[in-house]
Design a binder for this molecule. Sequence first.
Ligand code: B1M
Length: 219
Amino acid sequence: MSTDILTQITSSIIDGKMDAVVELTRQAIEASLEPKSIIDQGLMPGITIVGDKFAAGEYFLPNLVIAGTAMQKAMALLEPELRARQQRRETVGKVVIGTVKGDIHEIGKSLVATMLSANGFEVFDLGVDVPTETFVTNVRETGADLLGLSALLTTTMTVQQEVIRALEADGIRTQVLVIVGGAPISQSWAERIGADGYAGDAIGAVKVAQQLLGNKRGG
Ligand code: B1M
């Protein structure tokens, strides 16, 4: 039964059936399925196949838009569930996060922001297509411990490096730990551009954030 709903969520994303994705996600929550399983075993396999079909020229931009919107609507139902399951309320650190300039991919960045917030971080989510100077201003004004930079395109991943350079130019690079992520990003890229950490998914981002902050505070 539970595997059934998850399989149906996957195929509804692939087929672009937005209402069905939302309704099935609602049913899965009501059936007490873990939100993480709904994401990892229902939504993610679907959106990955849509991405693959787009890359293969089998799907076009409207398919990408519909699948992305369906996933966002389902995530809006799941985010309160994710938060409710990890109610650690004391603030462990401040994080500014956003998707870099020129990039409007939102879903992964928002998932990372939700998981950080659910794990006690105070999160300042700047959204998508965030100008480099806006990151710098917000880090300075919030006194953030961490800066999270998401990039989903090979053409925008270089902007992560630009933001790090801008922090250096502003004289605040040493005050903030920078974590980078997104589909084309890797550990070696993070090292190359002088980021402090890299994570491949939202849970990983929480672990890296906790680890980096622990190291910093532990001296
Ligand atoms: Co776009 N798109 N898209 N797209 N899109 C990709 C990324 C692509 C790989 C598809 C493909 O060709 N296979 C391809 C990029 C190719 C490349 O550069 N290598 C692509 C392209 C080409 C484009 C356009 C250029 C298409 C066009 O116009 N011709 C265009 C660019 C627009 C722009 O940004 N300027 C475009 C547009 C769009 C939509 C707007 C239609 C839509 C986004 C809707 C939205 O976000 N509101 C969209 C979608 C949906 C996708 C795919 C299918 C799915 C992305 C997604 O949401 N995944 C994607 C293919 C794919 O990834 N399989 C694709 C689910 C999400 C939970 O995962 O975002 O990877 P993800 O986030 C993960 C990890 O990466 C990580 O944790 C998250 C959770 O596990 N992570 C972090 C992310 N940020 C992190 C930050 C961290 C740590 C971890 O620390 C700070």
